[in-house]
Each structure stands twice: as structure tokens, then as C-alpha cells.
Write a new protein. Structure first.
Length: 110
């Protein structure tokens, strides 16, 4: 199974976590941040990122504002109050999932 297949279900909590940590980010910034943090091992495509950002926006978890930077308009995404709650839940669920995976991958012998 490819790394992209694993990433698909984890993309939402990754984005929510980055927005939680940094306040507001624009799409390309998110892709570059993930690439940098993972030393290039995880690369998020625009085709995966923007539909998810739009879904998060339509569900009320993120809000956007347009900013002009160097004569270019960029859409910045930030968490709403509901998004902050959803982030906490998503990260808690992800942490439990990782712990369960560890039990499977490295079972402790009695």
C-alpha cells in the first residue's frame, strides 16, 4: 500500500493541527510546511488539499479571508470555534489510533 493511501485518512487532522499551531495559513503554505516537517517524505497535492479545505469550510470548521501579498491575493484558512473543538477531538482520536497501531506492530510479550 502506498504512503498516499495511508495519508488520505490522516490529511484532515494534519491540516487542523497545522491551523491550530499557526493560526492561519494559505494552501501552498500548508503543503510546504508538511513537506518541510517530514523532510519531503509526505507531500500533499493540491488535488487532495483544496477539496478538503473547501469541505472544512462548508462544514463550518474553518473560515477564510483574502489577503493581498506582493500584489497577489491569497486565501488564508483559520479555525472557527467549532474547528478548534473538532481539532481537539481529531487529535485525540488520532493519538488513540496510533497507540492501537503500536500494539499491533510491536506487541508486548507477556
Amino acid at each position: 500500500m502506498s504512503q498516499q493511501a495511508y495519508l488520505k485518512g490522516l490529511l484532515e487532522p494534519i491540516i487542523l493541527k497545522l491551523l491550530q499551531e499557526h493560526g492561519s495559513l494559505y494552501g501552498y503554505e500548508i503543503t510546504q510546511m508538511v513537506k518541510t516537517l517530514t523532510a519531503g517524505d509526505i507531500q500533499i497535492t493540491e488535488g487532495a488539499l483544496y477539496p478538503l479545505l473547501h469541505k472544512l469550510e462548508s462544514s463550518g470548521l474553518v473560515e477564510t479571508d483574502l489577503r493581498t501579498m506582493q500584489n497577489r491575493q491569497r486565501k488564508y484558512y483559520s479555525l472557527t470555534q467549532d474547528g478548534k473543538k473538532a481539532t481537539a477531538q481529531a487529535l485525540d482520536g488520532l493519538q488513540r489510533f496510533v497507540q492501537h497501531l503500536q500494539l499491533i506492530l510491536k506487541p508486548q510479550t507477556a
